[in-house]
Design a protein around this ligand. Sequence first.
Ligand SMILES: [Zn+2]
Length: 414
Amino acid sequence: MPRRMFSIEKRVRQNLDGAVLDLQHAAIFKYEAPAALIETFRATWGVGPQGVVLPVTAPDGLLFPVEGVGEPFSAFSGPFAGGAKDFREVVYCFSQLGLDIYLLVDPTMPFNKTEALHVVDIVGDSSAQVCTSNPRAQEIVGAILGTGIDIVNETTKSTKGKLRGVIIDCVDLLPMGGRDERLELTCFCPSCEKYFNAQDPLILKHFRTFPNPWNLLLKVGSTGIGHVHNIRANSTPEDVVGLCRQKNYHTVFEDKSTSALLGHADALLEYIRARHNLIVTSIGKMFREALEGLDQQPRRIILGEGHQYDWTSGLVMDLLDNVDGSTLEYFDEVWFNPSSTEICLERMPFRSYMWARSRYYIDSFFQLAANASDPSRRTTLGLGRLPVPKLKALLHQRLNQAIAGAASGQTSLA
Ligand SMILES: [Zn+2]
């Protein structure tokens, strides 16, 4: 009797079409050769990867020189395991083994030290990451990604693997903080303010006080910020107030009447939709800058967490799936973690990213590691005030969070 195939196996096989090996940090290919990485992937998922995601930067700097961009080089910019001298040779190794190349850029460029480009929270404090709404930041990201694209195209002329896609990592564009119930959300840098004021001169005024419309759906707790993310394209102020009351977040407001809460909800939805549009167009500008003038266009992909509304990416998932297809003007595909949500995109092509909150914890671990190992950043970010054992404990905690998020098995893929 021939071996029977059950539906779970069929489903997994379907999903695995186009499996991609994601290398989140250059440290991974610094210490492990391409062939060994492919073998590990095969052992985990039962099939070999069809493509590989290579980052074009590391949290501490560039991996290759970029004309006109005077940023520092990463300590992980080569040489690499398996004999590759530089980024170009890593690309060659993978494409020679038949893997298509995807390039990923983290547009927050944590290595950038220009404060004028940084995200700013509502009380005016700056964070050590770049705001994607700033036109200069868009040009820098475009140049880095564009240079990476040229390297891959030149290197893969005679190899089986080719450049297939370019990815912008959107999981933490708008970091959030909080203290004593007060939320410190980003970003209110001059570029963001200019945009919001042009949409509605009154909108930001609602948020420059406490409590404010954010408090409807966010709450500062002892272990982080509790948040509600069931915001959809067609959510109404009534829906928002309902969610707020279910969570008991409304107690922070002095006037708890329905009409007062609805007023806040109205402002919140206006802000969320405006923010979504700003992020979509900013990401679109980076892709345009990077892809301008190419004969063959790789797929433009954005990486999100996979919540209905991702607070730290500013994206409403089902707005990406809009009926008129206008989002497809800016990018072609979305990757997100499918296990955290029931999201089903109908018009926008998507792929599953097998990690809880996608790259959120992974990025945060590598960023902390980069900051902790740089003396000047350690002082400017206040990490310098932490005694070494505490810093080590924090690194361990972030690493554990990152590792715990791995969905490494064929059933989780199904
Ligand atoms: Zn900004």
